[in-house]
Every structure is written in structure tokens, then in C-alpha cells.
Design a protein around this ligand. Structure first.
Ligand code: GTQ
Length: 370
């Protein structure tokens, strides 16, 4: 397949002096001849503006911790160092239309409650004592735990630990919401939410996987998971168990999607998340798909090849795969597994029928094995 634009069916008008004059006239009326822009605005295949990136935790951690002393929680709202793709500074996206940042909360700190159209998720990187209140429910989360803050749900969070700060990764669909001009934001009228139920009630009720609790058929009508937190221990155990029974995906190793226990679908309508395990020495095959992905290295060390570029990673590092970029992952340890947390916009791609995926094939049409 060649992608020349000099073919019947593509715009291939050659400029002339007369046409230039015509274009200038169109411009005066805030119009443009489609054939001048058609090949750009309708590319043969996705042309992400975002570039593949890796942010090293050992570089960012000191800066994130420094911000603790520099700004007060009540002034910052959220004390976050956002990870911004060099090509997407205008919309504060890390990749595609996804935002991510490292949030820090000191011992005893709490952030005020708010809600917004953007959906949020958290992956705890380090520290004990983090909590979040979502829809009035208080959840406690520790390192490796994944939690959601669905869109338009009141939320606030803090650190009730005494030892030291908590750092977690925020993932939000802010750039998507803004691209669609749908952003709203409200500060909670009482600044803090009233708490309902016992701590971790969503986990106590809905956290038993396939054991489906009765009594929620009518009362749970929300378009997101009633389970708000997914602890690391269970997630890692599930990966280890799955690894005993199967090889998983050729592209991702053993990979599990954090899912809505009522539907089996994604935890929220716009974003989904995974945890994957790469066996010692495993090097996955390359593929590509529509949709953007942001990773956090939960465990181990290795590298990923993204659009032909190698990115070496270790625990806490964040990296991203732009839409339609070839990518493969490798675990550099011959003795220990490596785990990658990731979140993505696949639910958007799927619900809008934009999902496409293909394996990397060599010139003979075979999938090279690593
Ligand atoms: O905690 O709701 O990193 O609204 C950026 C925007 C976190 C949050 C961010 C937000 C939040």
C-alpha cells in the first residue's frame, strides 16, 4: 500500500496564478478551497500530534516533593505536576486527548471537594494514608491501588497518614472534554462532602469479582462502575494466577482490564484502565491500534519500543503511546516479572466505532517474533 496523494480520489490540484487569486478572495470571506486542505484534514491513517514520551520518576519525584513546601493545598486546589506532551502544550495533554499528572499530599492534608465534567482516575505510586471521597463514599488507597472518580461525581481527597507524603498519578479526560466544549466545574457548596456509609463501602459491596450482590438491579443506574477502588494485592494475584494458566496476549502479556462488575465493561464511559504482567525475559510482539495510552510502571524494569524509539523504564516512570503508533514491551529481568499500569481512551474509540487494531507484519506478511 502506498500513500501518495498524487492519485485519482485524492486532492491533486496544481496551484496557478489564477487559483492563487481565487484563494485570496476565498480567504477574505473566511473560507478555503477544500482541495487545498483535504489531504491534511483527511489523512490516510491517524497522524497524532503527540509524540511518544517517557517521564522518569527519579527526575520528577524531587520536584513533586518540592511543591509540597512551595504551595498550600488550599491555594493550589490540587497540588499536581502535570506531564505535558511537548507537542500538546496548548491543551495540557500528555498524549492524544488524555491528561496526566503526579499529585502530592502531605501528612494530614485534605483537598476541598469539587466536581467537573472531566472524569478522573488515580494510580497510587507511593505513600501510606491516602483517601478519597467519591459520591460521599470514603475509600482508602495504598501503593499500586487504582481508583476512579467518575465525571460529575463530587470528590475530594487527602492523606491521613503520619509518615510522609502520598504521590499518586491522576489521569483525566480534560483535553477530550475541552475539545468537545463540554467543560463545567463546581466547587462543593459546603467545601467538604458529607460522608455516607462505612469506609470502603463500594469495595466491601462490589469487590468480590464474580460474586454479584443482589439489591443493585434498580438502584445502580449510573453509567460507571459501582466499584470505585481496585486494590493492588488482588490485581497482582489475579495476574499471577492468569499467568499460570495462559500466555495472555502476544502484544501485552497477561493483561487485565479493570472492569465495571455490573456490566463487565469499562469502569467509566470515556476511559478504561489495565494492569499487565510481563514474564521474566518476555518481549512482546508489536501491534498498533487507535486510541491513546498512558502507562505507569508498577513493578520491575524493561523497555518499550514506540514508533521505532526505545524507552527504558523502571518503577514509577510514566510513558505514553500515541494513537496508531507501533509498540511492543520487554521485561529486562530474567528472574522477576514486570507490571505496567495503563489507562486509555478506548471506550471512546469503541463507542464511536473508531476502534482499529493491527499486528505488525514483516515484508513477507509474517509477524516477527522477538
Ligand atoms: O483531582 O479532580 O490532576 O480536577 C487535574 C484536575 C486532578 C482532580 C488533576 C483535577 C484533578
Amino acid at each position: 500500500m502506498t500513500y501518495s496523494d498524487d492519485v485519482l480520489g485524492r486532492a491533486r490540484v496544481k496551484d496557478t496564478a489564477k487559483l492563487e487569486e481565487f484563494y485570496n478572495e476565498l480567504d477574505k470571506h473566511e473560507t478555503v478551497a477544500l482541495w487545498r486542505v483535504a489531504n491534511k484534514i483527511e489523512p490516510w491513517f491517524p497522524q497524532p500530534v503527540s509524540v511518544p514520551m517517557l517521564w522518569r520518576y527519579r527526575d520528577l519525584r524531587p520536584l513533586v516533593l518540592e511543591s509540597l513546601d512551595l504551595v498550600k493545598a488550599d491555594d493550589a486546589g490540587r497540588r499536581v505536576v502535570a506531564l505535558v506532551n511537548p507537542e500538546r502544550k496548548d491543551i495540557a495533554a500528555a498524549v492524544g486527548l488524555l491528561y496526566t499528572g503526579l499529585q502530592v499530599m502531605g501528612p494530614g492534608e485534605s483537598m476541598t471537594a469539587h466536581r467537573h465534567m472531566a472524569a478522573a482516575l488515580r494510580f497510587v505510586v507511593e505513600g501510606q494514608g491516602a483517601w478519597t471521597v467519591v459520591d460521599g463514599q470514603k475509600l482508602k488507597v495504598g501503593p499500586g491501588d487504582f481508583a476512579i472518580t467518575p465525571n460529575h461525581a463530587w470528590h475530594e481527597h487527602g492523606n491521613e497518614g503520619t509518615d510522609g507524603p502520598v504521590i499518586w498519578q491522576d489521569g483525566l479526560d480534560i483535553p477530550l472534554v475541552n475539545a468537545l466544549d463540554a467543560g463545567f466545574y463546581e466547587v462543593h457548596p459546603n467545601i467538604y462532602q458529607e460522608r455516607t456509609g462505612v469506609v470502603n463501602s463500594s469495595l466491601l459491596t462490589h469487590g468480590a469479582g464474580q460474586l454479584r450482590p443482589y439489591g443493585f438491579e434498580d438502584s445502580w443506574t449510573k453509567p460507571y462502575s459501582p466499584l470505585f477502588a481496585y486494590p493492588w494485592e488482588e490485581t497482582y494475584a489475579a495476574l499471577r494466577n492468569a499467568a499460570k494458566a495462559s500466555a495472555g496476549s502476544p502484544y501485552d502479556g497477561i493483561i487485565l482490564e479493570y472492569s465495571n462488575p455490573r456490566t463487565g465493561g469499562s469502569v467509566m464511559p470515556t476511559m478504561s484502565a489495565h494492569m499487565q504482567l510481563l514474564q521474566p525475559g518476555q518481549h512482546t510482539q508489536a501491534h498498533r491500534h487507535t486510541g491513546s495510552v498512558i502507562y505507569n510502571v508498577a513493578k520491575g524494569e524493561g523497555y518499550s519500543v514506540i514508533a521505532g524509539q526505545r524507552f527504558d523504564w523502571q518503577q514509577g516512570d510514566v510513558f505514553c503511546v500515541p494513537s496508531w503508533a507501533w509498540h511492543e514491551h520487554a521485561n529486562l529481568s530474567s528472574t522477576d516479572d514486570a507490571c505496567l499500569f495503563s489507562f486509555n481512551d478506548f471506550p471512546v474509540m469503541r463507542s464511536l466505532t473508531f476502534w482499529r487494531e493491527e499486528p505488525y507484519l514483516d515484508n513477507d506478511g509474517y509477524q516477527p517474533t522477538n
